[in-house]
Write a protein that binds this ligand. Structure first.
Ligand SMILES: C[S@@+](CC[C@H](N)C(=O)[O-])C[C@H]1O[C@@H](n2cnc3c(N)ncnc32)[C@H](O)[C@@H]1O
Length: 195
């Protein structure tokens, strides 16, 4: 459907979000690099900017993108741009871009989804993108609950990796040995799960 990030760039970047330049493109290309009929899990979708990157790259490939988020927040840097409850904003952004049949929102806490992933979904994950709560305990929980379901060689990507984000930085340094072929664009890091 869309073979290059440039063909969807304007649509993606019209959505409010916190990705840095080049990161949406990197997510798009990661999806293109994995086999079709993939299961993609995103933890932390906000208004759907990164979700749209994953979703556009998935169109016509039989992929499913699970978008795990509570879709509400009191954080002031979200509130300037978004209502407290931004689930409708997310849904509208998926609908107007034709992504509503590819992206399945799971409006629950990520630790609940992760704890029941095996019994509720039972699907191996081909690409896991973690951008939910940035506190150490939260990102550790997200990584440790979902990582066992990532298939060998599957991709794990984390956002906001850098000394500036103490929680994600600590977790990354504790878990990066589980990944190979590690690359990054600014604070977006990813690698393949070691077999
Ligand atoms: C940094 S934002 C995600 C940004 C998004 N990836 C983008 O492209 O702009 C983090 C999101 O994680 C969600 N979140 C934080 N902790 C969560 C949890 N325990 N369960 C589900 N969602 C959570 C917040 O509601 C927020 O929407």
């Amino acid at each position: 459907m869309y073979s290059t990030y440039e063909s969807v760039q304007k649509k993606v970047e019209a959505i409010f979000g916190f990705m840095m330049e080049g990161q949406e493109k990197a997510l798009f290309n990661l999806v293109k690099s994995i086999p079709k009929n993939a299961t993609i899990v995103e933890i932390g979708s906000l208004a759907g900017r990164s979700t749209a990157s994953l979703g556009f790259a998935s169109l016509g490939r039989g992929n499913v993108v699970y978008a795990v988020d509570v879709f509400e927040s009191d954080l002031s840097h979200f509130r300037k741009e978004l209502p407290r409850d931004y689930f409708d904003v997310f849904l509208k952004n998926m609908h107007k871009n034709g992504l509503h049949e590819t992206v399945i929102p799971l409006r629950r806490r990520s630790e609940e989804v992760g704890a029941s992933w095996g019994s509720a979904y039972g699907r191996k994950i081909d690409l896991l993108f973690i951008d939910g709560g940035h506190e150490y305990e939260q990102v550790r929980s997200d990584f440790d609950l979902f990582f066992p379901y990532v298939c060998p060689g599957g991709i794990v990507a984390l956002h906001d990796i850098g000394e500036h984000w103490k929680g994600t930085w600590k977790l990354w340094n504790e878990r990066k040995h589980l990944l190979k072929n590690v690359e990054n664009v600014h604070s977006l890091y990813w690698g393949n799960k070691k077999t």
